[in-house]
Design a protein around this ligand. Structure first.
Ligand SMILES: [Ca+2]
Ligand SMILES: [Ca+2]
Ligand SMILES: [Ca+2]
Ligand SMILES: [Ca+2]
Length: 461
């Protein structure tokens, strides 16, 4: 709405009076009884939007030997051996801009209310054991046992084995919890200049590994909200391996990779990451489109069960975590939301172990018709916070005047009180990426309009 200079002056004066009145004006407001949803045409219903993907726009793996993201073969998640892991993670990328989710500075006005990701195991291949709860990082370390030695580094023909006891830092969780690991969902960081947008799925595709780093790696946020790679969250294994000659059970000498039986004196410790969500098994009714095999759905499994073929796990993203919410906004800003899912299931250097294959969109597309299985899915709801809404309820209504002044004058305090909102994004009323005089003018106008409306409502009844 166009404002005359006179109107603006009146509103600016009103705003200054509001600032001067402080909390007293809040009492006036709270004394006015209004239906915040329908006081007049100035107010609109909050707009909750739902976005659904039955497949990622792109998906890939960080397994270093498979760079082609368009590959139709299933991918594994595994650690080569305890302490090294997260070598093969599932990366999923969703083109949220094409679904109308605000981009650029407007993405700062998105408040995600609920977000559910799912991933499905491939209908054949090895099976990891299921664990619905986090395990401390020390539980992923070498637990003791025979380590198989192969004919060469990267080879798959066993030529002998050596017993290596549990390493000193290993923590057993007991028979129920050892030998199984949760599937964890993390944010994604792209390296070497790649982005979800530029990631190539055709031909040999984007390499998984370049210049000494993975091109896509899982990230979380620590207790201070700082981004951190979780590639090495399980620390360094203390089991000492060497490359060299090894005499196999057949008496022949192999140039291979084998444990010395010693432990490294000062291995790097790991840490317990903060996943965005854990994958949980759940019941799926028969004949559910995209979620059935020969018409059959699935029954939830329990701790320690093998993850069945074609079994789907559900991840409820922790959108109540300010760092996660902020991550989602920054992803929407670029038009793509990416996740990395990871399970520290054990596989040895010859790929023997209890890890899983997981279903990609290419894998899903090539399944026989009896397998009606979507690959990873994503569904979320979000509220668009309109300019002028400062308490994040989707409405420009009583309370937003006070909140607006707070966001403007004390953004740190505002953010502390509204952990899922970001003051500096809400005060950018014209969405040009900054908060300047034009935005302040708009906020003052908004406050004046709001209080004019309240006054009319109070007197006109
Ligand atoms: Ca557990
Ligand atoms: Ca466990
Ligand atoms: Ca509001
Ligand atoms: Ca602005």
């Amino acid at each position: 709405m166009a404002k005359t200079a006179q109107n603006f002056q009146r509103e600016a004066t009103a705003a200054l009076l509001v600032i001067a009145a402080g909390s007293a004006s809040g009492q006036v407001i709270s004394g006015v009884v209004l239906d915040p949803r329908t006081p007049d045409a100035e107010f609109s219903l909050p707009e909750i939007r739902t976005v659904t993907f039955d497949a990622p726009t792109k998906d890939t793996t960080t397994y270093s030997n498979i760079g082609a993201t368009g590959n139709t073969r299933p991918f594994v998640w595994m650690s080569t051996f305890p302490g090294e892991g997260r070598q093969s993670n599932l990366v999923t990328m969703f083109d949220t801009a094409s679904e109308g989710v605000p981009t650029g500075a407007e993405a700062g006005r998105v408040l995600v209310g609920r977000m559910t990701f799912t991933a499905c195991t491939y209908p054949s291949g090895p099976r990891a054991a299921y664990d619905p709860t986090p395990d401390p990082w020390q539980n992923t370390l070498w637990a003791g046992g025979d380590i198989i030695i192969y004919d060469f580094f990267g080879g798959s023909t066993p030529v002998g084995s050596e017993f290596v006891p549990a390493e000193p830092r290993y923590i057993s969780l007991g028979p129920e919890e050892d030998g199984n690991k949760p599937v964890e969902l993390f944010g994604a960081r792209f390296n070497n200049g790649w982005t979800a947008s530029t990631w190539i799925e055709s031909g040999v595709g984007t390499p998984a590994f370049q210049n000494g780093v993975y091109n896509a790696e899982p990230i979380d946020f620590d207790e201070d909200g700082l981004e951190r790679s979780v590639l090495n969250s399980m620390g360094e294994t203390a089991v000492e391996f060497v490359l060299g000659d090894y005499v196999g059970d057949d008496g022949q000498t192999y140039d291979t990779y084998y444990p010395t039986g010693n432990f490294l004196p000062d291995p790097v410790d790991g840490f317990d990451p903060s996943p965005f969500a854990l994958g949980l098994s759940f019941d799926i009714p028969n004949n559910t489109p995209g979620h059935s095999i020969n018409g059959f759905g699935q029954q939830a499994i329990s701790l320690g069960d093998d993850l069945p073929p074609g079994h789907r796990l559900r991840f409820e993203v922790r959108v109540d975590d300010p760092a996660v919410q902020s991550y989602l906004r920054s992803q929407f800003a670029d038009g793509w939301l990416s996740f990395v899912a990871s399970q520290l299931a054990y596989a040895d250097i010859g790929l023997n172990g209890s890890y899983s294959y997981w279903l990609t969109k290419e894998g899903s597309a090539t399944l026989p018709p009896v397998f009606d299985l979507d690959p990873s899915t994503l569904e979320f709801t979000y509220l668009y916070i309109p300019p002028g809404d400062f308490n994040g309820d989707g409405l420009i209504a009583p309370g937003d005047d006070e909140a607006a002044l707070w966001a403007l004058t004390d953004p740190i305090g505002f953010n502390r009180a509204h952990p899922l909102l970001e003051a500096e994004k809400l005060t950018d009323m014209d969405g040009d990426g900054d908060t300047d005089l034009a935005d302040i003018g708009a906020i003052i106008g908004m406050i004046a309009d709001l209080r004019d409306g309240l006054a009319a409502g109070a007197t006109g009844g």
